[in-house]
Design a protein around this ligand. Structure first.
Ligand code: SAM
Length: 284
């Protein structure tokens, strides 16, 4: 049987779970149709093409739609996300990069333009922060560190994909500090979701994204931030900087954690939604 784009589109919308907003559902349906059936938004308007529902393309489209219907994040199904215009592979086992992390990367890029030295990305996941910055700031050689071997495998692929020379390090940052050369910059988006916030997270995030990437262990949600502060004092060069993504409503706590007079030039930055989600400090 032959199907026209409008029918395929409307049928897809029915199968995309309701935890996606209406606009998101439309984007997902069009992306799936574009990648499998070569039907983009223009073609949808024209509605002239006909797709054979027994074709391999259509069956693959249905298979992916089925994964989405079962709750798997769209980005895992597609296998790729854009991070400030660069492509990153993602699959289960690695956190899907978030828009606020893109904003953090842009802030670092803007402030460290032309900088030469070494950088460390703590909890690199897909490698989005370290690889993006390594690409945009070629004077900085980044080490991307993660405790998860699965995440590092994907990050290594992403470094190749973007042709960025990166050193990778599998290390448990809460267990001990890695031995690294003096650093010019530390960036991190560490796990920071509290168990109390678990209920407000979309079910498909909890089910499919790695919990080690979301939740810090133990009762202290700021454990990574305290460790990074201590590590930064020991391993940054004078004038070196640390840039961190923050949980919401944590500006008071982060200033308390970075209260040593060894830190100067402390600054919070708001994201596009006006929330203070980024922090920078500089070693005196
Ligand atoms: C919030 S995710 C951030 C991933 C990526 N940087 C991003 O922004 O999309 C936190 C990362 O920290 C890693 N992680 C968790 N515990 C860790 C530990 N003890 N030592 C090192 N990395 C850890 C997780 O595997 C995960 O990749």
């Amino acid at each position: 049987m032959s199907l026209v784009p409008k029918v395929i589109f409307e049928n897809a919308l029915v199968h995309i779970p309701d935890f996606y907003e209406k606009g998101e559902k439309r984007v997902i349906a069009i992306e799936l149709m574009t990648s499998h059936l070569n039907i983009d938004a223009n073609e949808l308007l024209k509605n002239t093409m006909e797709i054979d529902d027994s074709s391999v393309y259509y069956q693959n489209f249905l298979a992916d739609l089925n994964r989405i219907e079962k709750g798997e994040p769209f980005q895992y199904v597609e296998g790729e996300v854009k991070f400030n215009g660069l492509s990153f592979n993602v699959e289960q086992g690695v956190l899907i990069p978030r828009p606020e992390t893109e904003e953090l990367a842009l802030w670092v890029e803007e402030e460290l333009n032309g900088k030469v030295g070494k950088g460390l990305d703590i909890g690199t996941g897909s490698g989005c922060l370290g690889i993006y910055l390594g690409k945009k700031l070629p004077g900085l050689n980044f080490i991307c560190l993660d405790v998860s071997g699965q995440a590092l495998k994907i990050a290594e692929k992403n470094a190749d994909l973007n042709a960025v020379p990166i050193d990778f390090l599998q290390h448990d940052f809460l267990d001990s500090f890695p031995s690294v050369d003096q650093l010019s910059v530390i960036v991190s988006n560490p796990p920071y979701v509290t168990l109390a916030e678990k209920d407000s997270i979309r079910p498909n995030v909890l089910e499919f994204e790695p919990s080690i990437a979301l939740f810090p262990p133990g009762p202290d949600p700021f454990i990574f931030y305290r460790r990074i502060e201590e590590f930064g004092r020991e391993h940054l060069e004078p004038g070196g900087k640390v840039y961190l993504e923050l949980p919401e409503n944590s500006s008071g706590t982060i200033f308390k954690i970075f209260n040593s007079n060894k830190w100067t030039n402390k600054k919070l930055k708001k994201d596009l939604f006006g929330k203070e989600r980024m922090f920078r400090a500089q070693l005196a």
